[in-house]
Design a protein around this ligand. Sequence first.
Ligand SMILES: Nc1nc2c([nH]c(=O)n2[C@H]2C[C@H](O)[C@@H](COP(=O)(O)OP(=O)(O)OP(=O)(O)O)O2)c(=O)[nH]1
Ligand SMILES: [Mg+2]
Length: 138
Amino acid sequence: MRSDTVKKSVLVAVGVIENTEGEIFICRRGAGQHQANKWEFPGGKVEAGETVAQALARELAEEIGIRVTDCHSFMRIEHDYGDKQVTLDIRKVTAFTGEPHGLEGQPSRWVPVTELHSYDFPAANSPIVNKLQTEAGH
Ligand SMILES: Nc1nc2c([nH]c(=O)n2[C@H]2C[C@H](O)[C@@H](COP(=O)(O)OP(=O)(O)OP(=O)(O)O)O2)c(=O)[nH]1
Ligand SMILES: [Mg+2]
């Protein structure tokens, strides 16, 4: 990168959705997307004029068909993939209506926190998985 250019980070709203059994909902990214075929916590880019909470609500409605009724800040991660720099604003979704499912054809599933480490997530996600496992006492 040239020293006179400032790399711009993309702000992403990410939802860690938890059910009453303590499982987490994850989806698989598409073949043509950035970080293709990796598993992810659903979410997407915050658009101009939106708050992170608004973006999260919109993305979770569009991608997995749920309406968020309660969420709180979980963590924020800055990560540079080289080809793209992202800021993940992760929210824990503790209440919602509807049953999440991949509306865009993406594979998806509920996973116990103890099994999250066996999924191939983007590199930026490691602290999320670690924090979830610590909180669950593992
Ligand atoms: N949603 C999501 N994105 C993640 C995670 N981890 C991670 O590094 N990312 C990165 C991948 C992408 O570069 C970016 C999210 O972009 P996205 O492709 O989901 O954005 P979007 O839903 O608005 O999709 P699009 O309109 O561009 O197709 O953040 C994660 O757990 N969930
Ligand atoms: Mg997305």
